[in-house]
Ligand binder design. Sequence first.
Ligand SMILES: [Zn+2]
Length: 151
Amino acid sequence: MKLATSSHQKLETFFRELLNDETFRLPVIHFYVGKFTRFFTWIVKVHGITFGCRIYIMPKFLSLNENNQLTLPLKLAAHEITHALQYKREGFIKFFYKYLKSFCGNLRRKKSWDIISRQESYLEIPFEVEAREVSDKFVEWNERNKSIDSI
Ligand SMILES: [Zn+2]
């Protein structure tokens, strides 16, 4: 699935303003919500996971709107799209490497592998901090604009 044109444009406008770059183009983002995604997001205990421009969203976060279109929370979409842009900025391999290195470093400092340490280590990854900040900004920005969240 791809974003509805209106959602794509909205996110593109937001990122243009955020990055202060009139030439910014939001790449085509593919969303996956099938059985594999349900299993995978459940295993790693995340709402969504992004590989390049492919975003896997835990199916329970999707709903149908009045026009029978699948919708996902805008904040989650903005968060995962931020990761897609980080992949582009850093390069696929470099992003992946830095992400895992940061996670493992955070975990090592905590000297524990329990679920709380793993969750904290994940939240402290700079790419995650940035994605949360951007998605919060997007929610604020969107509240000042009209809400279109269908994909
Ligand atoms: Zn994230």
